[in-house]
Design a binder for this molecule. Structure first.
Ligand code: APR
Length: 259
């Protein structure tokens, strides 16, 4: 019953499919980083179950009450600096090295794909380690915000406007180049691997559909079925991203070394 509903698959079948297709584009969400100790957003322990995002993560909230929102930034973004990549990030970096991952499109702002060694990472929602003046766009860092070098909330010494983490808040535009590249990669992909996203936030949530429409196979890894599992996913691998990705990577690399 479950099987029919969700196209449950296994790593052996998916490893074969990936080798057959020869290349994949990966879309990741917060679930790829939970095994690194970073909470996701919509699971029971998720951030939006503790904080109302309309009060902490919209551009209006930031402008209305910067002290409150910067307090949240310090609490949520601070720990990202010391987080370490897990087995899923590392497996993706290894598969890029052997030419099987063309790009990782991520909704995450934690820099963990890059820390693991992935080179072609498209960040749809920015990178929390960087910051920028909202007036003159001068670059700053998360450190500058954390250690209150420019006050709290931080203010650019040059133009006296707020220094904001380089992340996309609700109500802000995504970086044009990133979304354009992500759409193109999705339309060109032969296989899209979707890991740890609830698939509820546009425009990232549209990318698997775009890829599928263009003829790609969709493989999804998640601890539980999502809204794309039934409608779009061809191969569903249920479980933790770190465990499944390391098993999948090992099977692919074994196959390559035998072949
Ligand atoms: N392995 C696999 N999947 C996991 C794991 C894990 N170890 N842990 C959690 N998940 C799954 C959850 O089941 C859920 O489907 O990851 C998904 C996380 O979903 P969300 O919390 O909604 O995160 P995401 O999809 O990345 O959110 C998109 O919403 O508010 C924003 O800007 C934020 O980029 C974020 C966007």
């Amino acid at each position: 019953m479950w099987m029919n509903l969700f196209n449950l698959s296994d790593t052996t079948e998916v490893a074969k499919k990936i080798l057959q297709r020869g290349e994949m584009v990966v879309l990741t969400g917060a679930g790829v980083s939970t095994e690194s100790g970073i909470p996701d957003f919509r699971s029971p322990d998720g951030i939006w179950n503790k904080y109302d995002f309309t009060e902490f993560a919209t551009i209006d909230a930031l402008l209305r009450n910067p002290v409150k929102v910067f307090g949240f930034f310090k609490e949520f973004l601070g720990p990202l600096k010391s987080a370490a990549p897990n087995k899923a990030h590392k497996a993706l970096a290894r598969l890029e090295e052997v030419g099987l991952v063309k790009a990782v499109i991520t909704q995450n702002i934690d820099n963990l794909h890059q820390k693991a060694g992935s080179k072609n990472v498209i960040e749809l929602h920015g990178n929390a380690l960087n910051a920028r003046c909202m007036g003159c766009h001068k670059p700053y860092t998360l450190d500058d915000i954390e250690n209150e070098r420019y006050g709290f909330p931080p203010v650019c010494p040059d133009c006296k406007k707020l220094i904001k983490p380089d992340v996309v808040l609700f109500g802000e535009r995504l970086p044009d180049a990133a979304i354009k590249t992500a759409c193109q990669l999705s339309m060109d992909s032969k296989l899209m691997l979707v890991i740890g996203t609830s698939g509820t936030v546009a425009p990232a949530s549209g990318l698997p559909h775009l890829a599928k429409k263009a003829g790609a196979d969709i493989v999804e890894i998640n601890v539980e079925p999502t809204i794309i599992t039934k409608t779009t996913t061809d191969f569903f691998l249920q479980g933790k991203a770190g465990e499944i990705m390391s098993e999948l990577c090992e099977k692919i690399l074994n196959e390559i070394s035998v072949g």
